[in-house]
Design a protein around this ligand. Structure first.
Ligand SMILES: NC(=O)c1ccc[n+]([C@@H]2O[C@H](COP(=O)([O-])OP(=O)(O)OC[C@H]3O[C@@H](n4cnc5c(N)ncnc54)[C@H](OP(=O)(O)O)[C@@H]3O)[C@@H](O)[C@H]2O)c1
Length: 293
C-alpha cells in the first residue's frame, strides 16, 4: 500500500515510517523539517496538493502539538495543530478517497475511572492538550467516514525525547531521584504501537481503538524499571504529584483497555516491561556509540 505519514520526524512518526517500510509498504514521510517531503497539516491547500500528487491509499497523521504543559498557555496553537489540522486532513482524505489513520491520546479522559478505559467510555479532558486532541477526534469523525482513530499513551521510543531517556540521563548523574507514584497508565513502546497501527491498516479496520502495551504502572514504576535495566545504582524515591506541581493537570488513571484491538486482530499487545528492556538496551548501545564518536 502507499502510505503518506505526516509528522514523520517525530517519535511515533519515525517508527511508523520504519515499520511500514520494513513490511514492504511504499511510504512517503512528510514533516515540517526542511529535509524530506514538506507538509504542514495546518495548510489545507498543501494537503490537497499532496494527496493529488502522491495518491496514497492511507494518510497516517502523527503530527501534533505534544507539549502538554505548553498547551495550557498556547491553547490556540494546540487547537490549530491538534484539531484544525486533523479537520483539514479528514476533509481532504474524504474528497480524494484516502483512508485516514489519526493518532489521539489517553488524555481525552479525566482519569477518575478505577478500571481501564474502553472505547465506549465518555471522554472528559482535564487539560488544554486533552481538549485540543478531543476536538481533533470529533473533526476526524465528522470529516470522513473512512477513518481509524488510535488512542495511545505514555510513549517511549528511539527517536526524540521521552520520559525513559530523561530518567536514564538524570539517574546517571544523581544518587537519588524522585518520581511521581500516584498517576497510573500503560507505558508504550512506539515500535509496538506502530506495528499495531499497521495491523489495523492491513485489516482495513475502521473506528476508534485504544493501543498501549500490556500491564499497568505509575511513573515511579516505569522509572525504577528503566534504572534497573540500565544497571544504574540510583535510588528511585516515590513521591505524590502534589510534590511536583505542573502547569497542566494529569489524569490519575488513564490505563486503556486494548480488548477491542485484540478482538479484531487476535493479538495481544506486548508487556511493557519486555518492551522497555528492549528499548533501554537499544538506548544504551546508541548512547555508547554517540559518546565514542
Ligand atoms: N508522546 C506521548 O507520550 C503520547 C501519548 C499519547 C498520545 N500521543 C500522540 O501520538 C502522536 C505522536 O506523538 P509524538 O510523541 O511522536 O510527537 P512528536 O515527537 O512531538 O512528533 C510530532 C511531529 O509533528 C511535527 N509537526 C509539528 N507541527 C507540524 C505541522 N504543522 N505539520 C506537520 N507536522 C508538524 C513535529 O515537528 P517539530 O518537532 O519540528 O515541531 C514532530 O516532528 C501525537 O498525536 C500525540 O498526541 C503521544
Amino acid at each position: 500500500m502507499r502510505i503518506l505519514v505526516t509528522g514523520a520526524q517525530g517519535m511515533l512518526g519515525h517508527e511508523v515510517v520504519r515499520v511500514f517500510e520494513k513490511a514492504g509498504h511504499d511510504v512517503i514521510a512528510a514533516d515540517i523539517m526542511p529535509e524530506g517531503t514538506y507538509l504542514d497539516i495546518t495548510e489545507p491547500t498543501a494537503i490537497r496538493k499532496a494527496l493529488i500528487s502522491e495518491r496514497p491509499d492511507w494518510l497516517i497523521n502523527c503530527a501534533a502539538y505534544t507539549n502538554v504543559d505548553a498547551c495550557e498557555d498556547h491553547e490556540d496553537q494546540a487547537f490549530s495543530l491538534n484539531a484544525q489540522g486533523p479537520e483539514y486532513l479528514a476533509q481532504a482524505c474524504s474528497r480524494f478517497g484516502v483512508s485516514l489513520l489519526h493518532v489521539s491520546t489517553d488524555y481525552v479522559f479525566d482519569g477518575t475511572k478505577n478500571d481501564p478505559y474502553s472505547e465506549h467510555d465518555l471522554p472528559h479532558p482535564i487539560n488544554a492538550y486533552g481538549r485540543s486532541k478531543l476536538a481533533g477526534e470529533y473533526a476526524v469523525r465528522t470529516g470522513t467516514r473512512e477513518y481509524i482513530i488510535v488512542r495511545p499513551q505514555w510513549l517511549f521510543g528511539i527517536h526524540g525525547h521521552n520520559f525513559v531517556a530523561t530518567i536514564i540521563e538524570i539517574a546517571r548523574n544523581h544518587e537519588k531521584i524522585h518520581v511521581v507514584n500516584d498517576q497510573w497508565g500503560s507505558p508504550t513502546y512506539a515500535n509496538d504501537l506502530a506495528k499495531a497501527m499497521m495491523m489495523l491498516v492491513e485489516l482495513d479496520a475502521r473506528g476508534t481503538y485504544h493501543l498501549c502495551n500490556r500491564g499497568r504502572a505509575t511513573w515511579y514504576d516505569l522509572a525504577k524499571k528503566a534504572v534497573e535495566f540500565a544497571e544504574l545504582d540510583t535510588e528511585v524515591v516515590p513521591v505524590s504529584s502534589q510534590e511536583f506541581p505542573r502547569p497542566a493537570k494529569r489524569p490519575a488513571n488513564s490505563i486503556l483497555s486494548t480488548k477491542k484491538f485484540t478482538e479484531i486482530t487476535g493479538k495481544l499487545m506486548p508487556l511493557w516491561q519486555i518492551s522497555l528492556e528492549k528499548y533501554v538496551q537499544h538506548y544504551l548501545v546508541q548512547s555508547r556509540k554517540t559518546s565514542q564518536a
